[in-house]
Design a protein around this ligand. Sequence first.
Ligand code: BGC
Length: 683
Amino acid sequence: MRVNDRAKIACRWLVGGLGMTAVILLGACNDSDDTDVTIDDGQSSIWPALKAEPPSPDGVNMESRIADMVDSMTLEEKVGQMTQPQIDAITPAQVKQYNIGTVLSGGGTWPGSYNGDGDKHAPVSAWVNLANELFNASLESSSGIPLIWGIDAVHGNNNVYGATIFPHHIALGATRDEDLVKSIAQATAEEVAVTGLDWAFAPTVAVVRNIRWGRTYESYSQNPELVAKLTDDAVEGLQGTLTKDDTVIATAKHYIGDGGTTNGNDQGNTQISEERLAEIHGPPYFSAIKAGVQAVMVSFNSWNGQKMSAQKHLITDVLKNKLGFDGLVVSDYNAIGQVEGCTNSSCAKAVNAGIDVFMVPYEWQDFIASTVQQVKDGVIPMSRINDAVSRILRVKIRAGVFDAAPPAQRPLAGKTDLLGSKEHLALARKAVRESLVLLKNRNNVLPLDSEAQVLVAGKSSDSMKRQAGGWTSSWQGTDNTDEDLPVGHTIWEGIQAQAPNARLDTDGSSVDASTDKVAIVVVGEPPYAEFMGDIAADSRIGKAGADTLSFAESYPEQFAVVKRIHDAGIPVVTVLVSGRPLYTNALLNLSDAFVAAWLPGSAGAGVADVLFRDDTGEIAYDFTGKLPFSWPNGPCMADIDAEDYDPLFEFGYGLRYGQASAVGNNLPVTKREKACKTVMQAG
Ligand code: BGC
């Protein structure tokens, strides 16, 4: 069975929940009418004039080589280069026939998917073999231009069985550790190279301004400077000098304003002036371009009512001309179908706006046919096609693809010992340690003694799937079992290794104050990705009926576990595993200590490293993580730019051992009925 068309699922979901009229009114499935947009006329200083710093030898002959190649290509060959099918919808023979330039595997597509379900546990050899077949097929095409294969390696090479799953970006934002981010990106590039692939659709450089968004965890921070800083490291780590065997092409995504949509709606509308767009959402792109990023992915969202995929001003005038980006611009998954007047297989507007590579997973043959026809009809100028192909060739030359051996013969390909290696797991564990943010530590209940009799409870305490989150092994991450995620340790396993007297009882029903001296309760969100994770302000999508950020109201059963243990009279250390800050006042009141652990991934053992003293009674690791997002003080306090935004903990907050907690056990608790409804009506 093929993976469903995700944009369509999103729209169907909306239509089902709201009715078609409301969906049209919301403009969520299609491009709405353009509203007036202030634009930089090229003279103003809204956007900086930048110079890209390509990481590979940008030789004098490269441009004439590109021009010669473009000159010698037919229109069909050129459009083939611009077309990106998904691996479950194309055969090597078709790669050859259509001169396909790039392919993708989105979340949950693995080798073997073609005409079948795909193999979630596909071994490295299956990835390498398929990469090899597709590559060799492209060499046999009439243009002979080698193909490249891109994948969502967003927290490690997370689609691949046995890969190291690093903490999601939000956790890395908490570390503020540039060297660490770079090392993780290098390790990710290595694990991608092991599978024979060339291109990572990472890093996500969204600056998220509303934590209702289901992609908040893919963002380093709400703060543009912090995102920009870490973007630089991520790009350098992934790309290195590009021509090396253990590096891949990086992609800054999703251009631009993805984190700024109204109410945090996934694929929604970002309604801000161009100045503000540049100020808040621009800096990570400035940084990525300066670091030499070779690909930029255009976002699903609209800017002031017009879908980004049709925003010629922002793609061509700003990104390519003003910011000097000379790599390739790729569209998002079927995103062109959301442009007014377009379908998933035809969108001259998006070509003319400046997109170079079209992620058209399934309807790629129709896309080729319609684009060729639009050029013949004069709707798309040949100069635009030539610009697109030149950029694709430029990236391929810089990445050494023309000189590269077929994937199976590359030095790292098939080196299974590098995938999920001990070294990478150790790096992931360091990242987990550094990402933990201590929000409360009453009476210095932490650190715990390694001899302590600890009750460990909570739904996220012993679950690889919950600590890994979305974009892990599959797209949503919801159907994963422990067998799907063989590398690393759960948080419980880490505690068990550190504290031999600890015991696990997930629902805490056996709590006994005479023997349990302290409890670590690990609670959190289930996995989700993209719009499935939206906490909608208007109950449209996301978890059924959920419109509140309140942990207690969204997850009453998990809350009850914490309450049960608290009521039994033992100190409670709450560890929250989540993709975003949540409204946790009720939970904080029951907790003596409270730790935000984000989505740690494979190395759950990093949590115990910090919570416990070592065997000699020393603190081996203090808390160093700082909040990458401020923390809400109400069930509807999601919009960081709202006038009345008044968080409980500011961006940058985070205690170290010995520091006094700013909150006690009597925080006011507001219920959704009283708060969110008013916001919903107003919004
Ligand atoms: C996401 C992108 C991702 C692409 C390919 C889209 O739905 O928005 O971030 O790279 O799918 O899987």
